[in-house]
Write a protein that binds this ligand. Structure first.
Ligand SMILES: NC(=O)c1ccc[n+]([C@@H]2O[C@H](COP(=O)([O-])OP(=O)(O)OC[C@H]3O[C@@H](n4cnc5c(N)ncnc54)[C@H](O)[C@@H]3O)[C@@H](O)[C@H]2O)c1
Ligand SMILES: N[C@H](CO)Cc1c[nH]c[nH+]1
Ligand SMILES: [Zn+2]
Length: 431
């Protein structure tokens, strides 16, 4: 872990290892992922079976084994304890209620005479949701991806999820059942993304791939973009906490570790205006690490990509955070709403000392699929909008075309595109 003062002369150099953590890995990963995508495109199910057997330690012999059927899902739902099922249902309801508010409607505007303009909203036909399953299992990610798709009206939701050693957490299948997933395949990594993007004999080609995943998944999504839609780059988790010396160091330490435990490549950063608070958090992290069942992952992440930074003011801390554009930002300060206007880049913002990031991970309502690696500068959280497309509607009456026709012809002339101008002129009897 780095303990730095933001005014240190070589702050930027020291901090760059954390900032560039995805670049560091992507060069080596890119080559592997490119190869996997080409192979799946060429050999289809055969390649999927090979990679799944190799990376997830399965013994599949034919493509039929790739799909998790209805019976297996029903058995999983029956195996989940009633209280767990109730918690998942609560999450589904809360996430659905939040996402219902995001729905946009088809609209037509008649504010101008003779011209009608509007926008038609159409759900995507078939989407693929990636549910990570390598180092942890994520029923919550099923909900966060499938529910907005269902709210948007997507006809078919295909889910892919790796099952290391052939095991799948029944809660993942129960969450799929509760969220309205239509078909589930036991594949993960770059090969799953490639299958969704290209289609194989067994896995249908989708219009868009959404969902978080490790560096192989994130890289694959980047590479197939264009052939298929993607939501964003949602890679290894991140948290940045801004603090003003108020609150409890043990709470902040716990929040930092809640993201570190996802992945060795996760990054957890505290920026505080109070050096002694920072020192207390460092000691707490050390103490709490020793108590975690996922200590080795969390420790690797904290040691390589963890940082505690001392800033001169909250303004300086906010400016630093905007530069990082973290996936999750906690404003662990006395007056979070006072600081909020200064925040311009962040996937999700958690306000005050009683809003741990984990509340957003599970059931507050907003989506937990968020942009990582600084991409919150231009990407937004996954939303219902990701599962629809919009078409413009333009309707002129004869009068409308007469009113605007000359100017259309004029602009066509500016571009030297005579046929464009003529398509108007021929209707209006212009020279
Ligand atoms: N941003 C979000 O919303 C969000 C939500 C949940 C999880 N996450 C992140 O998702 C990630 C989940 O990662 P995970 O590993 O647990 O599961 P994962 O499902 O993303 O990845 C597992 C797959 O990675 C592939 N893989 C692993 N090693 C490989 C190698 N050497 N070569 C080629 N392929 C390889 C395998 O195919 C394996 O099935 C974590 O980084 C976590 O932080 C993000
Ligand atoms: N924090 C993750 C997004 O980076 C989401 C998640 C799922 N489960 C627990 N956490
Ligand atoms: Zn999390």
């Amino acid at each position: 872990m780095l303990f730095l003062d933001i005014t240190d002369t070589d702050f930027d150099r020291q901090f760059s290892a954390i900032l560039n953590r995805s670049e560091e890995t992507s060069a080596q990963v890119l080559e592997t992922v490119r190869g996997i995508i080409t192979d799946v495109r060429t050999r289809g199910d055969e390649a999927l079976i090979d990679y799944t057997n190799r990376f997830d330690r399965l013994n599949l012999t034919d493509a039929a084994g790739l799909e998790i059927g209805r019976q297996e899902v029903e058995a999983a739902v029956a195996a989940v304890p009633a209280e767990d099922l109730a918690a998942l249902k609560l999450a589904v309801e809360r996430v659905a209620r939040f996402h219902e508010k995001q729905k946009s409607q088809t609209w037509l505007s008649t504010e101008e005479p003779d011209i009608l303009l509007g926008q038609k909203v159409t759900p995507l036909d078939r989407v693929g949701i990636y549910v990570p399953g390598g180092k942890a299992s994520y029923p919550s990610s099923v909900i966060m991806n499938a529910v907005p798709a269902r709210v948007a009206g997507v006809r078919e939701i295909i889910m892919v999820c790796p099952t290391p050693g052939g095991e799948i957490n029944p809660a993942v299948l129960a969450a799929a059942h509760l969220s309205g997933v239509h078909r589930i395949f036991r594949v993960g990594g770059a090969q799953a993304v490639a299958a969704l993007a290209c289609g194989t004999a067994t896995i249908p080609r989708v219009d868009k791939v959404t969902g978080p995943g490790n560096i192989y998944v994130a890289t694959a999504k980047q590479l197939v973009f264009g052939q298929v839609g993607i939501d964003m780059i949602a890679g290894p988790s991140e948290i940045l906490v801004i603090n003003d010396g108020t609150g409890t160091p043990a709470h902040i330490a716990a929040d930092l570790l809640s993201q570190a435990e996802h992945d060795e490549l996760a990054s957890s950063i505290l920026i505080t205006t109070d050096r002694s608070f920072g020192e207390a958090v460092a000691a707490e992290v050390e103490y709490q690490l020793g108590q975690l069942s996922r200590e080795s992952i969390a420790r690797a992440s904290w040691e390589k990509f963890g940082a505690i930074i001392v800033a001169g003011s909250l303004e300086e801390a906010a400016a630093f955070s905007n530069r990082i554009a973290p996936e999750h930002l906690e404003l662990a300060v006395a007056d979070p709403f006072g600081l909020l206007p200064r925040i311009t880049n962040a996937g999700a913002i958690f306000m005050g000392h009683w809003t741990p990031e984990a509340a957003g991970d599970y059931l507050a309502g907003p989506n937990h699929t968020l942009p990582t690696g600084g991409t919150a500068r231009f990407f937004s959280p996954l939303s219902v909008d990701d599962f629809v497309k919009k078409s413009s509607i333009i309707s002129f009456s004869e009068q409308g075309l007469k009113r605007l026709g000359n100017d259309i012809v004029r602009i066509a002339g500016l571009e030297g595109l005579e046929a464009h101008g003529k398509s108007v002129g021929i209707r209006l009897g212009l020279g």
